[in-house]
Design a binder for this molecule. Structure first.
Ligand SMILES: Cc1ncc(COP(=O)(O)O)c(C=O)c1O
Length: 414
């Protein structure tokens, strides 16, 4: 999924480089494809952390899906994008009292508690606000999907969720939480999974665990949430998730669900981030110059890991391509940014036609965990604009603060 060169060139002309661009048609196509895959028995809630752009969330919200928020900032963004509180879930470690307070006041669909201490804080806040709060327990079972690159961490000790004995203790003693209506479970421990079979098996096991805990402790199952984790290929040779296989597996689970009265009213939710938006986004930079160093050909560009840290953070490059037709055969090069660190490399072995100064290069798959996962303050370069495109029409989504505006917010001491 990549936008036509003339669209990228027009954006560069109007808003300067570097910039982020999101293809809204591609986002909607992704929602439709996933909706058809998971079928009517499962719901989709977009994990806002993958890309909290207000414009993008507005487009996603209009498709009718829900959202998962991890902070009061994400909650505020989702509400501003038009998502009703009832369509929101909240999940995230280290939620502060202020986060919980905002989530409880907003009356969102379900808040996932990440541990016993958080349940206690939630109870105190709910009691103070005189609210009854729908709560699910995030679980950290011993099994799960292993990750190839650590993002969430796979099974094992982690800051997320209740270990099962700890969840059982909380369920046994839930009378201590009169303002919390515990009625659901969430499990999510692996991101960027490309194996449809592993996702189906995980869904089956999570459901089985949720049902057995609900039966043992006599709690209702309002929501079972299977987290995100649906992957996209970043590198050549990686195969996309097999949606047919995923769909078949989930349809079998749905048939089984229909046979269980306990699950008749249960909302079954996936909360994907990456799958819905990664491929719809591009980060576009301009070539500042080229140079040789000890046999390596460098293409130096005006953007880098301060705007897209993921390649350096996770250790997987994103594909890059030259924007517009360029004469000449492809040549191996290192696409490097302006930061004073050698890790500021967008691609260590790209194959693109030799560019000239002023040419544009697009870094693909930048729609998830891109801009907002990065560190734009490093080295005081200008920030990229964010732009949305629908049917060839271009809309500015975020005017970035200029360095001069950022400087104006700093104070000299004494
Ligand atoms: C609680 C929760 N849900 C969903 C997601 C989305 O994951 P992904 O982008 O892999 O689908 C994340 C990602 O970190 C998460 O922490």
């Amino acid at each position: 999924m990549s936008l036509p060169s003339q669209v990228l060139e027009e954006i560069a002309e109007r808003f300067g480089t570097p910039f982020y661009v999101y293809d809204f048609d591609a986002v909607e196509a992704r929602v439709a494809a996933l909706g058809a895959t998971v079928g009517p028995r499962f719901e989709i809630a977009f994990a806002v952390k993958a890309n909290p752009s207000l414009g993008l969330l507005t487009v996603l919200g209009r498709t009718g899906i829900g959202a998962d928020v991890a902070s009061r900032g994400e909650l505020r963004t989702a509400r501003k994008a038009g998502l009703a509180a009832s369509r929101l879930l909240a999940t995230g470690p280290s939620k502060t009292d202020e986060d919980l307070d905002a989530m409880i006041r907003a009356g969102i669909g379900q808040i996932h508690a990440e541990g016993p201490e958080e349940l206690e804080r939630m109870e105190a806040i709910a009691a103070r606000l005189k609210r009854n709060v729908r709560v699910g327990l995030r679980l950290n079972p011993e099994w799960g999907i292993e990750e190839t690159r650590t993002i969430i961490g796979g099974p094992g000790a982690k800051k997320f969720g209740f270990d099962i004995p700890s969840a059982e203790r909380a369920l046994r003693t839930r009378d201590r939480f009169p303002h919390l209506a515990i009625g659901g479970f969430q499990v999510f421990n692996a991101s960027n999974v490309l194996d449809a079979g592993a996702l189906v098996e995980n869904t089956r096991r999570v459901l089985e665990l949720a049902v057995s805990l609900a039966r043992r402790h006599d709690v209702p199952l309002r929501v079972v949430d299977f987290g995100g984790g649906l992957g996209v290929p970043y590198q050549d040779g990686e195969k996309p998730l097999d949606l047919r296989r995923l769909g078949k597996g989930l349809a079998a689970i749905a048939r089984n669900v229909d046979r269980q009265p306990l699950l008749a009213e249960t909302r079954l939710v996936f909360e994907p981030g990456r799958f819905l938006v990664a491929q719809a986004g591009e980060y576009v930079v301009k070539v500042v110059g080229t140079k040789m160093s000890r046999g390596s050909f460098y293409v130096l560009v005006d953007g880098g890991i301060h705007h897209l840290v993921r390649p350096a953070l996770i250790g997987t490059p994103h594909r890059v391509r030259a924007v517009g037709p360029r004469p000449g055969a492809a040549r191996k090069c290192i696409v490097a940014g302006p930061l004073c660190t050698s890790i500021d490399v967008l691609h260590a072995s790209a194959r693109i036609p030799v560019p000239k100064r002023g040419d544009l290069i697009s870094v693909e798959n930048a729609g998830a965990y891109g801009y907002t996962e990065s560190m734009p303050l490093f080295l005081s370069h200008e920030w990229p604009a964010e732009v949305g495109v629908r049917d060839g029409r271009i809309a500015l989504l975020r005017r970035p603060p200029a360095v001069r505006d950022l400087l104006a917010r700093q104070l000299r001491p004494f």
